[in-house]
Ligand binder design. Structure first.
Ligand code: ADP
Ligand code: MG
Length: 511
C-alpha cells in the first residue's frame, strides 16, 4: 500500500485509561488520526471502542492519558468542548427526533431566528444546502419518521457537518443498514475524507475494512492490539480480533460421510419468467452427502443465489430438467411446499429482507417456517409450539433467551441464530445457506461453524455459498465452483484461495 506522504495529524491520544467501577474499559490506549483519513477502529463487542470514542468526543473524562488536537493538548469536560475542537460523534443510536423534519433536526438547539421568530424557510434552505454538501438527495422538509435507516444515517452525517466537524466519529453506522444502503454510505464517507475530514469508523465487521479503510486499528479487551493496512490478510485481522489463530476458528472436517442427500447431474432450471439479471442454473452437477459440508464458490452473479432459489422454490417458479434426486429418488423441487417436504431448508443471504420479520418476536419468527405441529385432534398446539421455541433458543444459544423479545433488538449474531433455529426446527435433511456469516462478529462466526459441523455430524447435508473464501476453505469438505450458471470445478478439502479465484474467473489451472 502506498502511504500518504504528506499527512496532517488532526488527532493523537496517548495512554488513555478509563474505568467504570470494576471494569477497566480502557487500559492505556494510543490512537491517532490524520486529515482525509478513514481510520477504522475494529473490535469485538466489549473491546472498548465506544468508550474510547466517548473520551474523544467529550462524553467521558479519561482517568489518565493525553488528547492532542492539532498538536495541542486539550481537555474535554463535556461534548460541547469536543465540538468546539471540531470533533463530532454520530452515536450508534442516532439522536434524531422522529417527529420533526430534517431541517428542524439539523438545527436543533441552533435554531435560526429573525427578530425572535423561528425562520423556518431559512432553516429549510440552509438544511437543503447541508444535505447537498453531504451528498444526500433528500428533501429537507421530510420528517425523520418517514426515512429509512440508511437515510437517517445520512441525515446524521449532514448534522455533524453542520457543526463544522473536522473529525467525524461514526459508531457502527452500517449495523442497521441494508447492503445497498451501506454501499451508499461508504460513498458519502469517502467523499468526506476526500475533502479533508478525518473519520474514525468503528466497526466489528471484518469485511468492511478493505472497502472503507485507509488504516485499521484493532482493539481487544480495552487495549490496542495492532494497527495495520486494510489489505492485511483476513487471517491476520482475525488473529488480532480474537487473539487466537485463524485456523482455530474452524471445526475439524467430516468424520464420516453418509449416503447422498441431494444429487444433481447436468440439472438445469427453466424459470417461467426470465428476469433481467437472473442467472438461471444452466448445467449443475453436484452431490451433497449426509454429514458433508459442501461450499459453493463463484464470482458475484455466478448464479449461486439463483441455484438456491430454484432448489427451494423461493421467489421463482419453473421446472428442473436433468437428474434431481433427494435420498436417491427423483425429486420435484421448485416450490417451497415440495422442497420443504423433501427435507430442504434455506437460510437466505438477506436476514433483514426475507429471513426474519424484525418487528416480530423471536418466537413468532422461529415458528414462521414450521409445518404446523398438529395435535391428534388436528389443532395447532400452542403449548407444543412454545416448548419447541424454548428448546430452539436453548439449542442455538440465542441471547437473551426471551421468546417475546423483538428480533430487532438482538445483535447480528443472535439474529442469525434465530434464522437457524427457524429453519432447523423442522429437522431438514439438507440445509442451503447463502452467506451465513455476513455481518456477524468473528467470535459468533466461529460458533456458527461449530454448529454447522455438529449438525453435519448428526447427518445433515449442508450446501453453503460464501463470498469469503477463507471461510469456505476452512469449513468445507469440498468446494464446487460456479460460473455463469454452471458448476465448472470441484475441489477437495483445503484448496488455495488463489486456485479458487482463478477457476472462478474462468482461467484454466496449470496441471
Ligand atoms: P465496544 O464499543 O467495543 O463494544 P464498550 O466501549 O461499549 O465496547 O465497552 C467496553 C467495556 O466497558 C465493556 O465491558 C462494557 O460493559 C463496559 N462499559 C461500557 N460503558 C460502560 C458504562 N457506562 N458503565 C459501565 N461499564 C461500561
Ligand atoms: Mg460499541
Amino acid at each position: 500500500m502506498a502511504e500518504r506522504t504528506v499527512t496532517m495529524r488532526l488527532l493523537e491520544v496517548k495512554g488513555i485509561q478509563k474505568r467504570f467501577g470494576g471494569v477497566h474499559a480502557l487500559k492505556g490506549v494510543d490512537f491517532d488520526l490524520s486529515a482525509g483519513e478513514v481510520h477504522v477502529l475494529l473490535g469485538e463487542n466489549g473491546a472498548g471502542k465506544s468508550t474510547l470514542m466517548g473520551v474523544l468526543s467529550g462524553a467521558y473524562v479519561p482517568d489518565a492519558g493525553e488528547i492532542r488536537v492539532d498538536d495541542h493538548t486539550v481537555h474535554f469536560a463535556r461534548p460541547r468542548d469536543a465540538h468546539a475542537a471540531g470533533i463530532v460523534m454520530i452515536p450508534q443510536e442516532l439522536d434524531l427526533v422522529p417527529g420533526l423534519d430534517i431541517a428542524a433536526n439539523l438545527f436543533l438547539g441552533n435554531e435560526i431566528t429573525r427578530a425572535g421568530v423561528l425562520s423556518s424557510a431559512e432553516m429549510r434552505r440552509k438544511a437543503q444546502g447541508l444535505l447537498e454538501s453531504a451528498g444526500v438527495s433528500l428533501d429537507a422538509g421530510l420528517s425523520i419518521a418517514s426515512l429509512r435507516m440508511g437515510e437517517r444515517q445520512l441525515v446524521a452525517i449532514a448534522k455533524a457537518l453542520s457543526a463544522n466537524a473536522r473529525i467525524l466519529i461514526m459508531d457502527e453506522p452500517t449495523a442497521a443498514l441494508s447492503a445497498a444502503e451501506a454501499d451508499h454510505l461508504f460513498g458519502v464517507v469517502k467523499d468526506l475524507a476526500a475533502r479533508g475530514v478525518g473519520i474514525v469508523y468503528i466497526s466489528h465487521r471484518l469485511e468492511e475494512v478493505p472497502r472503507i479503510a485507509d488504516r485499521v486499528t484493532v482493539m481487544r479487551d480495552g487495549a490496542v492490539v495492532g494497527t495495520t493496512t486494510p489489505h492485511a490478510p483476513q487471517a491476520e485481522l482475525v488473529q488480532l480480533l480474537v487473539g487466537r489463530p485463524f485456523s482455530d476458528l474452524f471445526p475439524s472436517r467430516a468424520k464420516a460421510m453418509g449416503k447422498p442427500i441431494l444429487r444433481l447431474e447436468h440439472a438445469a432450471f427453466d424459470p417461467d419468467i426470465i428476469r433481467a439479471g437472473w442467472q438461471a442454473s444452466v448445467d449443475i452437477s453436484l452431490t451433497v452427502h449426509a454429514g458433508e459440508i459442501v461450499g459453493l464458490a463463484g464470482l458475484m452473479g455466478a448464479g449461486r443465489t439463483e441455484l438456491f432459489s430454484a432448489l427451494y422454490g423461493f421467489g421463482v417458479s419453473g421446472r428442473w430438467r436433468g437428474v434431481v434426486e433427494m435420498h436417491g429418488q427423483a425429486a420435484q423441487l421448485g416450490t417451497i411446499h415440495a422442497s420443504r417436504h423433501a427435507g430442504v431448508a434455506y437460510v437466505t443471504d438477506d436476514r433483514r429482507g426475507t429471513g426474519l420479520i424484525l418487528n416480530h418476536t423471536v418466537a413468532q419468527n422461529t415458528l414462521l417456517s414450521t409445518l404446523k405441529r398438529v395435535t391428534p385432534f388436528g389443532l395447532v398446539s400452542r403449548a407444543l409450539e412454545r416448548r419447541e421455541v424454548l428448546r430452539a433458543l436453548e439449542d442455538y444459544d440465542v441471547r437473551p433467551r426471551l421468546p417475546n423479545a423483538k428480533v430487532l433488538n438482538l445483535s447480528g449474531g443472535n439474529q442469525q441464530k434465530v434464522v437457524f433455529a427457524k429453519e432447523l426446527i423442522n429437522r431438514p435433511a439438507l440445509l442451503l445457506l447463502d452467506e451465513p456469516t455476513r455481518g456477524v462478529d468473528v467470535g459468533a462466526k466461529a460458533e456458527i461453524y461449530q454448529r454447522l459441523r455438529g449438525l453435519a455430524d448428526d447427518g445433515l447435508g449442508v450446501l453453503v455459498a460464501s463470498s469469503e473464501l477463507p471461510e469456505l476453505i476452512g469449513l468445507c469438505d469440498k468446494i464446487v465452483v460456479m460460473r455463469e450458471g454452471r458448476t465448472i470445478h470441484e475441489f477437495g478439502p483445503g484448496p488455495s484461495e488463489e486456485s479458487i479465484r482463478k477457476i472462478s474467473e474462468g482461467e484454466e489451472l496449470a496441471a
